[in-house]
Ligand binder design. Structure first.
Ligand code: ADP
Ligand code: TYD
Length: 200
C-alpha cells in the first residue's frame, strides 16, 4: 500500500520544526517514517539550499531553483518512499514557494501553478499542517533563537504577505490543510496534533 505524505508549513519562527520529530515518533508506531526538508532532502538539494538561503539572486531564478531542488527530492526520496509504503514528513514543500516567492516576493501565482503541475503532476501532500502565528510572535521567537538567513532577514510586510498566501492556499484546499493556532504552548499544540493524527 502506498504511504502517506505530510508537510509542515508556516512563516519562519512559527514553531513547526519544534514539532516534526515528535510527530514522526508518534507515526512510527504505525508506519516507517522518512523525515526530510525543503529546500534540500537530497545531496544536490542541500547544495541548492546553501545557495538559496545565502546568495542574492533574481526572483525567477529563486523560484526555479526551489522547483529544481523539489524535482530531485520527489524523484529521489519522496516517490520511492511512498511507493515502498513508507510515510514521508517534509519540513516545507510547494506551499512554501507560493507563500514566499509568490506572496512574499510577488511572483505571479500563475507562473508557480505551471511549475507545480510540471514538477509534481498529481502529487500533493495528503495532509499539510500550517503553523499559524502573527508576525510579532514569530519575530520574538526568532530573535531569541538564531542568526537570520536571507529569508528570515526580510521585512515585516514580506511576512504579512507570506502568511496571507499560506492562509489563502489553506482556504483553497481545506481537505488537505489543518491550520494550527501556534501561538499556544508547545504542550497545547501537541494535544491538537494528537487529535489530527488520530483521525488521519
Ligand atoms: P520554525 O521551524 O517554524 O522556523 P522553530 O520550531 O525553529 O520555528 O521555533 C522557533 C523558536 O521558537 C525556537 O527557539 C523554539 O524553541 C521556539 N518555539 C517553538 N514553538 C514555541 C511555542 N509554542 N511557544 C514558545 N516558543 C516556541
Ligand atoms: P526553513 O524550513 O525555515 O529552515 P530553517 O527552519 O532551518 O531556517 O526553510 C528555509 C527557508 O526557505 C525559509 O525561510 C523559507 C524558504 N523557502 C522558500 O522561500 N521557498 C520554498 O519553496 C521553500 C521550500 C522554502
Amino acid at each position: 500500500m502506498r504511504g502517506r505524505f505530510i508537510t509542515f508549513e508556516g512563516i519562519d519562527g512559527a514553531g513547526k520544526s519544534t514539532h516534526i520529530e515528535w510527530v514522526a515518533a508518534r507515526l512510527r508506531e504505525r508506519a516507517t517514517v522518512v523525515t526530510t526538508r525543503e529546500p534540500g532532502g537530497t545531496p544536490l538539494g542541500e547544495d541548492l539550499r546553501g545557495l538559496l538561503l545565502h546568495r542574492k539572486m533574481g526572483l525567477e531564478t529563486e523560484a526555479l531553483l526551489m522547483f529544481a531542488a523539489r524535482r530531485e527530492h520527489i524523484a529521489e526520496v519522496i516517490e520511492p518512499a511512498l511507493a515502498r509504503g513508507d510515510w514521508v514528513i517534509s519540513d516545507r514543500f510547494t506551499d512554501a514557494t507560493f507563500a514566499y516567492q509568490g506572496g512574499g516576493r510577488g511572483l505571479p501565482r500563475e507562473r508557480l501553478e505551471v511549475l507545480e503541475q510540471w514538477v509534481q503532476g498529481d502529487l500533493q501532500p495528503d495532509l499539510t499542517l500550517l503553523f499559524d502565528v502573527p508576525l510579532e510572535t514569530a519575530a520574538q521567537r526568532l530573535a531569541n533563537a538564531r542568526e537570520p538567513d536571507k529569508f528570515e532577514a526580510e521585512s515585516r510586510a514580506f511576512f504579512e504577505r507570506t502568511r496571507a498566501e499560506y492562509l489563502r492556499r489553506a482556504a483553497e484546499a481545506p481537505g488537505r490543510f489543518r491550520v494550527i493556532d501556534a501561538t499556544r504552548s508547545i504542550e497545547d499544540i501537541r494535544v491538537t496534533l494528537e487529535e489530527i493524527l488520530s483521525s488521519f
